[in-house]
Design a protein around this ligand. Structure first.
Ligand SMILES: [Zn+2]
Length: 88
């Protein structure tokens, strides 16, 4: 972690998906609010050891990633999407 700055948007260290049931059976995307719209995948890491994991909201496209080298990170999408003035 490289803390220090207190940015006001797009933290990359906050979970995208948060449990909504007491047992955590369902997960809600905190970016767009979709429930159980999560595509998950995992595969052997390109690092040669461990596992890469991937979870993406099918509605807004926010992604959580983890791998043995870089650890966990999140890439929140812009929501609602801006169609007339897109920034890249
Ligand atoms: Zn979402």
């Amino acid at each position: 972690m490289t803390g220090g700055h207190s940015g006001s948007s797009a933290h990359d260290d906050e979970p995208i998906f948060i449990p909504v049931e007491p047992d955590g059976a369902s997960q809600r995307c905190r970016v767009c609010g979709a429930v159980d719209e999560v595509t998950r995948d995992e595969m052997p890491s390109m690092a040669g050891y461990g596992t890469d994991t991937y979870a993406q909201c099918t509605r807004c496209g926010s992604v959580e990633l983890s791998d043995p080298i870089f650890g966990w990170r999140a890439k929140p999408a812009t929501w609602p999407p801006t169609t007339d003035h897109e920034q890249s």
